[in-house]
Design a protein around this ligand. Structure first.
Ligand code: URA
Length: 194
């Protein structure tokens, strides 16, 4: 397992490897590996934190309450259905009781996300919440400080950090308005020439 060359795998092969993954203790508690879903050629990719209970049951990301809100905001602010984007998480297995993923778990799962981003090769990456944003921007700053602007990321990719939908469900209308503005940033970035 540890000698898998992630860089040689396509998305289907990567998903197969993930389905049997035991790189971290989260594998012991999962029902299903939540690898990722959507258009493998999407221009827009979302990265969340990790599966919750419903995602663990169905094997798909963002299918619970947070996902419903994400779908709504995506349709209203970007004009896209979830089938037109690619959605993945920082960790592919559900942390027990929905606790935060541990640094070792994030590190163990990181090669999957890195290869997913490489293969989907989105033009715009939207990170949802602290874990995805800190990992992909390689920073210790929090989402409140980082959101509200676009970042140049890698080779011509625009990264737009925003709140996690679960934080929006808790956080009230001001946060939702800020997240809407972030998604407009993503939409404008998609409309711009590279
Ligand atoms: N929260 C996440 O970060 N990801 C999911 O897939 C579901 C909820």
């Amino acid at each position: 397992m540890s000698d898998v060359d992630f860089g040689s795998l396509d998305l289907a092969e990567l998903a197969e490897v993930a389905a049997d993954c035991t790189r971290c203790p989260l594998s012991g508690g999962r029902t299903t590996v939540v690898f990722g879903t959507g258009d493998p050629d999407a221009d827009l990719m979302f990265v969340g934190e990790g599966p919750g209970a419903e995602e663990d049951r169905q094997g798909l990301p963002f299918v619970g309450r947070s996902g419903k809100l994400l779908d709504e905001l995506l349709a209203q602010e970007v004009g896209l259905d979830r089938s037109a984007v690619y959605i993945a998480n920082v960790v592919k297995c559900r942390p027990p009781e929905n606790r935060d993923p541990e640094p070792e778990e994030i590190a163990a799962c990181r090669p999957y996300l890195e290869r997913q981003v490489e293969l989907v090769a989105p033009r715009v990456l939207v990170t949802l919440g602290n874990f995805a944003t800190k990992l992909l921007l390689d920073t210790r700053d929090g989402i409140t400080k980082l959101r509200g602007r676009r970042y140049a990321w890698g080779d011509g990719v625009v990264l737009v950090p925003t709140y996690h939908p679960a934080a929006l469900l808790r956080g009230g209308s001001e946060r939702v308005a800020e997240a809407r503005a972030d998604l407009v940033r993503a939409r404008l970035s998609l409309m711009e020439d590279r």
